[in-house]
Design a protein around this ligand. Structure first.
Ligand SMILES: C[S@@+](CC[C@H](N)C(=O)[O-])C[C@H]1O[C@@H](n2cnc3c(N)ncnc32)[C@H](O)[C@@H]1O
Length: 243
């Protein structure tokens, strides 16, 4: 596997074209709309006057949803085109979101601890993911909620293999490997790797979710999306900082 640095990975993500940023500006893509966002929002609960960090906020769609629900939001995003787009949206329609361009492993002062930190589909994108997870946990108040989402490590290539073979196929799980995508690179890590690290950092797990797609939603999705009815493509982890 190529030796990736955080900077090299950020360069790739930060070249995301404007067309993609615009298409996903409202609520992310199909999978986020149907599978991830509803679970994250349920887990976060009432956001009125809560301070929330959107760690690796991308184009800022989740930051905008959270601010719309009453949260005071800080969005951290290092990638240039994503950061510029998020700031532009805030300038056009201000919601009081503060965007900071930074690597999670090298954060400036974010203005005090948070009630909740959300890192949606971010840790798999970071070579030094342990440093990034540590920063997310350290940004929390004691008792604060840490939510992170990843492609389910057991069903990572679900959609492409289902379309090709009519079933899910995989041939390796136990080692870390690269998953190149059209707009950036992700890294496969095992389920236990993520879960053990979050507990090692002083959190206790409160919920794991493996959302399945409502069969009625398949009519509005791309070809092969019925895979998501039968197998979970995402894992959503809720943990609380204990100290
Ligand atoms: C798959 S995108 C997810 C973005 C957003 N959270 C969402 O749900 O659409 C991965 C994001 O992680 C960001 N990222 C990559 N390396 C990072 C780092 N070291 N610190 C913070 N964010 C990083 C990328 O720039 C990109 O915005």
């Amino acid at each position: 596997m190529t030796e990736w640095t955080n900077d090299a990975a950020i360069q790739r993500w930060g070249a995301m074209p404007r067309t993609v940023l615009e298409q996903t500006a409202l609520d992310g893509d199909f999978a986020k709309r149907h599978l991830i966002n509803p679970v994250l929002l349920r887990m976060l609960g009432d956001l009125t006057e809560r301070r929330v960090l959107d760690a690796g906020c991308g184009n800022g769609y989740l930051s905008r949803i959270l601010a719309g629900r009453g949260a005071t939001v800080v969005g951290v995003e290092p990638g240039q085109s994503l950061f510029d787009f998020a700031v532009e949206q805030e300038t056009t329609a201000p919601q009081g979101i503060r965007y900071i361009q930074a690597d999670l492993c090298d954060l400036p002062n974010l203005g005090g601890p948070f009630d909740a930190v959300v890192a949606s589909m971010v840790l798999p994108a970071i070579p030094d993911w342990i440093g990034a997870m540590r920063a997310c946990v350290h940004a929390l108040k004691p008792g604060g909620l840490f939510l992170f989402t990843v492609n389910h490590p057991c069903y990572e290539q679900l959609w492409p293999t289902w379309r090709e073979h009519g079933e899910y196929r995989t041939h390796r799980y136990l080692t870390e490997y690269e998953i190149p995508g059209p707009n950036g690179v992700d890294f496969h890590r095992t389920l236990s790797t993520y879960l053990n690290q979050v507990t090692r950092l002083g959190c206790h797990l409160t919920e794991l979710a493996e959302p399945g797609l409502d069969p009625d939603a398949t009519a509005h999705g791309p070809d092969g999306i019925d895979a998501y009815v039968h197998l979970p493509n995402f894992l959503i982890i809720a943990a609380r900082r204990t100290t």
